[in-house]
Write a protein that binds this ligand. Structure first.
Ligand code: NAD
Length: 477
């Protein structure tokens, strides 16, 4: 029997166990078996992480931005070289296929590379005429909380811009996917990151967030996760007025207009929806189809959903792996039952697969009444609702009828429909005739209960900066 892997904390430049020896089991979602453990930080470990981040702050923030950027670019190359074995770890922990894990790591590498390449330019003073300028200054120590669904990309989208801006980070990795945080932090260490600039902790999430946000050392909170937890963290951050970047839930609509090309729309929607078993904050979850296309769209999409090959994530033939944990299966069961109890029809899927592992098949629901929970709660799984509409105004009203506002998508060739939909959809990002992940150079953030603040591109780096206004008379130095 091979010994179970144990993942550690990284505090003040050293990998080590938690000071009281506590650990948390890591479960393989394809087998439901514990296969590894991760160290849990105690209060004294968190105090050490805070002190170490604070000690490193001055030197890191005053290091030339070009050097910080070069280090991030080096880390991107080192991380890229780790991908062939890192993807296996991610797939085992999370349940996504090896191809999905490779795609995710490639986006993480791209993010470190983009932020590293632009660190110098985004740290430079911005002139505002003869006697005024803005001097971007790092805000200070960042507490970053990252989830298990896209752990590599979401860690990269927090760490890379914060480090580029000159801020040390205390990162709480997801306990479900510890290898990812370990590989990324190790890449930074190998690239020459000074001790204390990144500290990695795991443990009981609510204890860690309370402890870190209670400290005035922390100046920025960045979190990706559910709206409920995001609100708790924003309340904690209010005590020390830490700046908050909150990337929260989504419940994204797709509007398929009467002139849409179904040969493009159906595969694009299915592919993006069922990636990572639907556990993505910007996965489409409510499809609104112009009535003349409704039956055709439904039958084609149901056919695609039925033929998706579900299986072990490390089998190259698998197109969709298991869900990440038992909580997601419970949520799928609850949402499906609530919808069908209210009269919805299951076109395909609708029940857990009768085999070991957290497997839930692609599920399509129709005739879903407006008060069903699945239309209001973030499904965060492979469940789609499909409904017809008669006018664009009606589609926009339906699309906006949730508390979320993260992503929205539509398919049409008509310029007037495009204008109406771009203007009318209440979302942080609107995609036209395509569905794809977020690239490293673009700002991304939600509206309504999907959060506030931006990650990605220039805005992502600015999130960690004080735009210090310098004005006066004569030369400003
Ligand atoms: P959850 O809300 O308990 O946890 C979500 C993430 O937040 C996890 O990584 C968890 O470790 C972290 N977290 C939880 N409580 C925390 C706290 N008090 N302080 C700091 N971090 C905390 O739920 P879950 O069962 O792990 O995930 C399910 C729900 O979370 C989904 O329904 C979805 O809405 C949301 N989620 C969203 C994203 C996203 O990309 N926006 C990612 C993962 C989960």
């Amino acid at each position: 029997m091979t010994e179970a892997r144990s993942y550690q904390l990284f505090i003040n430049g050293k990998w080590r166990a938690g000071s009281d020896g506590a650990t948390i089991p890591v479960i393989n979602p394809a087998t439901e078996m514990v296969f590894a453990s991760v160290a849990a930080a105690s209060s004294s470990d968190l105090d050490e992480a805070l002190a170490s981040a604070e000690r490193s702050r001055r030197a890191w923030s005053s290091r030339p931005a070009k050097e910080r950027g070069d280090l991030l670019v080096r880390a991107a190359r080192i991380l890229a070289a780790k991908i062939p074995y890192a993807v296996k770890d991610l797939s085992t922990e999370q349940g996504k296929t090896i191809a999905e894990a490779a795609g995710e790591y490639a986006r993480a590498v791209e993010t470190f590379d983009w932020d590293g390449t632009h660190a110098e330019e985004l740290s430079a003073a911005i002139p505002m005429g003869p006697n005024r300028m803005i001097v971007p200054a790092p805000l200070g120590v960042v507490a970053a909380f990252t989830p298990w669904n896209y752990p590599a990309v979401l860690i990269a989208r927090k760490l890379a811009p914060a480090l580029a801006a000159g801020c040390p980070v205390i990162l709480k990795g997801a306990e479900e996917t510890p290898s990812v945080a370990m590989h990324i932090v190790e890449a930074l260490r190998e690239a020459g990151l000074p001790d204390g600039v990144v500290n990695l902790v795991f443990g009981v999430p609510s204890q860690i967030s309370r402890h870190l946000l209670n400290s005035p050392i922390v100046r920025v909170l960045t979190f990706t996760g559910s709206t409920a937890v995001g609100k708790q963290l924003a309340r904690l951050a209010a005590n020390n007025l830490q700046r908050c970047i909150l990337e929260l839930g989504g419940h994204s609509p797709v509007v398929v207009c009467a002139d849409a090309d179904l040969t493009k729309a159906v595969p694009a929607i299915s592919e993006y929806k069922f990636e990572c078993a639907g556990q993505s904050c910007n996965a489409p979850s409510r499809i609104l189809v112009a009535r003349p296309l409704y039956e055709e769209f439904l039958s084609r999409t149901t056919e695609v959903a039925r033929t998706i090959k579900i299986g072990a994530p490390d089998d190259p033939a698998t197109e969709m792996g298991p869900m990440a944990n038992a909580r997601r299966i419970e949520a799928m069961e609850r949402l499906t039952k609530d919808a069908t109890d209210r009269g919805a029809h299951v076109e395909t899927g609708g029940a857990r697969l009768d085999q070991l592992g957290f497997y839930w098949p692609p599920t399509i629901l129709t005739g879903v009444p407006k008060d069903a929970k699945v239309l209001h709660e973030e499904p965060f799984g492979p469940i789609l609702t499909v409904a017809p509409f008669d006018t664009i105004e009606e589609a926009i009203e339906e699309a906006n009828a949730t508390e979320y506002g993260l992503a929205a998508y539509f398919f049409t060739a008509a310029a007037n429909s495009k204008r109406e939909l771009i203007g009318g959809l209440a979302a942080g990002a609107v995609s036209v005739n395509y569905l794809k992940g977020v690239s490293a150079d673009a700002p991304y953030g939600g509206v309504k209960q999907s959060g506030y603040g931006y990650e990605g591109g220039e805005h992502g780096v600015r999130s960690f900066q004080n735009l210090k206004l310098v004005n006066g008379q004569g030369s400003l130095g």
